[in-house]
Design a protein around this ligand. Sequence first.
Ligand SMILES: C[S@@+](CC[C@H](N)C(=O)[O-])C[C@H]1O[C@@H](n2cnc3c(N)ncnc32)[C@H](O)[C@@H]1O
Length: 378
Amino acid sequence: MGNSITLIATAAMGLEAIVAKEVRQLGYEDVTVENGKVIFQADHQAIARCNLWLRTADRVKLLIGEFKAMTYDELFEQTKALPWENYIPEDGKFPVNGKSHKSTLFSVPDCQAIVKKAIVERLKQKHGVANWLQETGAEYKIEAALLKDKVTVTLDTSGVGLHKRGYRTGQGDAPLKETLAAALVQLTNWRGDQPFYDLFCGSGTIPIEAALIGQNIAPGFNRSFSAEEWDFISSDIWDKALEEAEDLANYDQPLYIYGSDLDPKMIDIAKENAMEAGLADLVQWKQMQATDFHSTHEGGYIVSNPPYGERLGDKEAVEEMYRKLGSALRNYPSWNVYILTANEKFEALYGKEASKKRKLFNAFIKTDYYQYFGKKQR
Ligand SMILES: C[S@@+](CC[C@H](N)C(=O)[O-])C[C@H]1O[C@@H](n2cnc3c(N)ncnc32)[C@H](O)[C@@H]1O
């Protein structure tokens, strides 16, 4: 098998360009951005590096084949023509997922069953198995995605989604996905040596992701990935990628990261999560009303995901809090303030038009990321 492969980093709606930037920063240049995914040419080493390093992607998938299919026969024959034996060993477990959008073959369960059958036949033939594939070994999760009659067949190299860094032991009512929290930090110009505050930290996701970014720690350092179990990717590849991550981490970078929340329970949870992430000393946590923000630093960054006031009865209190936040932060004109909220009246309540806005989805909630750039100091 050649070493040139096509990888697909899947991304939440709105985060594609950020994922693409991360992919390029890892050194992969042949990059195409589509809805929900970033496609790029790479080598086997990239499977380990991308899983370890991509902060904003959901998963890294390996493209096995693409073809048109408008009948079940075509789907079967073309799936069977792919070199599955190069990837899946005799005892490999290979569940098949499917999706279909605007395609003649619209029944997902039927497509899944056909793809499974085609791969079973191919593997039995190639591995010389007479009757039953045991499927007792490593897992190779397959996806057959149909879009306008084009079938894209992939293997999921990540396993559990990349947002699961392995540090979240507890969470509040509305935790941010780690991938979105990392994107919020990456959308600022914050550098590790500047003060960074989350005034509504909840379980601490934004400060924790900022600390990982600030010390250039690979977000996947503390977890495992499906492809680590795969025979066709040598363990050297993983060793090398982990060594690189260890070399690139800058544990000596001093950080000034603060997380605060009104709810003392959330502060306990955030502390536990930071400890689990191995960052216990890097973030300072405090129970505090956001509108009591005070700092003697000349400038810095506030990046927060406050409550949106969507629950019945919450709206007025939240809107009043936005007003108070606006007046409190007016005393800090040199600070950069970034607020993610679904409240469309945010700018009016906060009392200032944002320097820039960006539409983002928090799970399925349509939000805006309001960005206020601080006045440059002389
Ligand atoms: C949407 S959650 C933040 C979730 C967080 N980003 C995470 O990943 O867990 C909003 C948080 O704001 C806190 N909060 C609500 N009103 C507040 C206020 N006036 N001052 C400080 N924190 C407040 C809540 O306790 C809650 O934890």
